[in-house]
Design a protein around this ligand. Structure first.
Ligand code: CP
Ligand code: NVA
Length: 306
């Protein structure tokens, strides 16, 4: 049995297998077929943070696969009133076939997985957002945009950045990250990615200059400057991130056919300009839709490992 907590636990072959399976299942859906790969199976979804895409894509995806999803917010279950994670894990995993969790501390999801009888999927923690990266990579595959891949990430060193580090380290592409001073990635995660990069041949550059990161990039990406849980820091962050907006001038430094990715929700006029988000190079809404398809691929893949 496998859990999907971080891309660091998956090989390049496995990541590509999941994306290929997702593309196949997407084609089936688009041609009007919904094969019941997970008939009568259930997915318990625990949300300790808000979500639009993650909730809708997992719930819809599970239905399309012939199964059922349960939405469990921490306001509704005893976890939010202090029932221990290890007790919750044993109970929920005894009644369901898969569990998805969106929470704060990555250690919570690791503890849950340690006590779970069924695969646990990370639907975002403060440290990682790996299902998003599967959707991002799937979008690049569909655009035939993975040869000579050079990704520039401009913005906050957060769960998205950490997941890009893991993907680059596993797949062996170039990743340039520019963050303001004081908002860098977790140095332990960067060091781990660099260690893994020795095997894959990935090139990982971290700096504090967005222009240096974006020059000749084939993909430009960013994320909100204030993640969930950092709402109180928002005003300060907006002033500290001055010069980090991905706008037309910044996109002009990238390769002419560069694509723009954003996991959404986006804050126009902060980390990205309206013109870039809505522009011809932006594939953000395909990327969002691919959350549905890639997570269906992931759930089927995890179910087949059992
Ligand atoms: N990108 C993403 O995970 O979106 P939600 O927060 O809406 O789920
Ligand atoms: N970094 C953002 C991603 C949202 C999908 C957050 O954690 O809020």
């Amino acid at each position: 049995m496998r859990h999907f907590l971080s891309l660091k636990d998956f090989t390049k072959t496995e990541i590509l297998q999941i994306v290929d399976l997702a593309i196949e299942i997407k084609k089936e859906l688009k041609s009007g077929t919904c094969k019941p790969y997970l008939q009568n199976k259930t997915l318990a979804m625990i949300f300790e943070k808000s979500s639009t895409r993650t909730r809708v894509s997992f719930e819809t995806g599970m239905f399309q696969l012939g199964g059922h999803a349960l939405f469990l917010s921490n306001r509704d279950i005893h976890l939010g009133r202090g029932e221990p994670v290890r007790d919750t894990a044993r109970v929920i995993s005894s009644m369901n076939d898969l569990v998805m969790i969106r929470t704060f501390d990555h250690a919570m999801i690791e503890e849950f997985a340690a006590y779970s009888k069924v695969p646990v999927i990370n639907g975002l923690t403060d440290s990682y957002h790996p299902v998003q990266l599967l959707a991002d990579y799937m979008t690049l595959v569909e655009h035939n945009h993975t040869q000579g891949l050079k990704v520039a990430y401009v913005g906050d060193g957060n769960n998205m950045t950490h997941s890009w580090l893991m993907l680059a380290a596993k797949l062996g592409f170039e990743l340039r990250i520019a963050t303001p001073v004081g908002y860098e990635c977790d140095p332990k995660i960067v060091a781990h990615a660099r260690e893994m990069a020795k095997e894959s041949g990935a090139l990982i550059v971290t700096c504090n200059d967005p222009k240096e990161a974006v020059r000749n990039a084939t993909v430009v990406t960013t994320d909100t400057w204030a993640s969930m849980g950092q709402e109180d820091e928002k005003a300060e962050r907006i002033s500290r991130f001055e010069g980090y907006m991905v706008d037309d001038a910044m996109m002009a430094l990238a390769a002419p056919d560069a694509l723009f990715l954003h996991c959404l929700p986006a804050y126009r006029g902060q980390e990205v300009s309206e013109s870039v988000l809505e522009g011809a190079q932006s594939v953000v809404f395909e990327e969002a839709e691919n959350r549905l398809h890639v997570q269906k691929g992931l759930m089927v893949w995890l179910d087949r490992q059992r």
